[in-house]
Design a binder for this molecule. Sequence first.
Ligand SMILES: Nc1ncnc2c1ncn2[C@@H]1O[C@H](COP(=O)(O)OP(=O)(O)OP(=O)(O)O)[C@@H](O)[C@H]1O
Length: 259
Amino acid sequence: MAHTAEPIIVASGLRAGYLGEEVLRGIDLTIARKDAPVGIVGPSGAGKSTIVRALMGIITPYAGSVTFRGRTVSKLRRGDRKIFAGEVRRVSQDGVPTTDPRLTAEAYLKGALKDARKAGRTHGTTIEGLLNFVALEQHFIGRRIITMSGGERQRLALAHALATRPDVLILDEPLTAIDPGLRSEVLRRVKELTVDLGISVLLVSHDLESVDRLCPTVHALADGVFVQSGPLSEILAAPAHPVVADLAAAAPLTAQRLR
Ligand SMILES: Nc1ncnc2c1ncn2[C@@H]1O[C@H](COP(=O)(O)OP(=O)(O)OP(=O)(O)O)[C@@H](O)[C@H]1O
């Protein structure tokens, strides 16, 4: 994809993995300001979440680089890390990362709005507005997070990520615990956000329907490399790699509908 907008995150020749074992074998990916949503699909174990971890600076590349506004993500200094934390938000399938059993949805979102203000990302968003956006009823305000279901926690995590009005939203299987009807409604709202607020979304998912709904461009990942890129309908109609053929065969109705 040609990028005329200012790049925010750039992965270049990215090689990374765990305990010296390489999972990613040369990934190039640019997320620029106000980019249209980009999807990554691929089978279990292909390295999708590893890409996300490398983009977030959670793991350090063995070779190649990941930069945030030109600076190496894994070496960001405190000031830049704060800017990164406000500009780039991740929502993973685990939902809310909390171990505090007393924490309520209200306190959790209040903290996010406070962080947003501290980072100079002020806007008129309220806790009620955030809950509403992710289709959580207002009575969830006082609920302790440990009492919430997996799908409710995933939506709360999305609300938390949106509190800073990030420039980049990285969604790693964000809505897996939500039933399909509600999932497509939340995705529809996220899609509106990308247009209205210019948030650049990277969506990593097994769910081809969700990826197709949100992302005009998709990368198919197999064994740590992008083997095919383009609109999902084109990829599935003419698989150029056995893994892509398997994806199409595993979701025949989606593949047929997209043709
Ligand atoms: N913390 C870890 N330590 C060691 N190996 C890991 C770790 N996390 C992931 N891996 C391995 O790295 C490979 C890629 O994992 P990754 O989670 O990126 O795959 P994925 O494409 O996101 O899979 P899934 O769709 O099942 O979530 C797998 O072989 C996995 O076992």
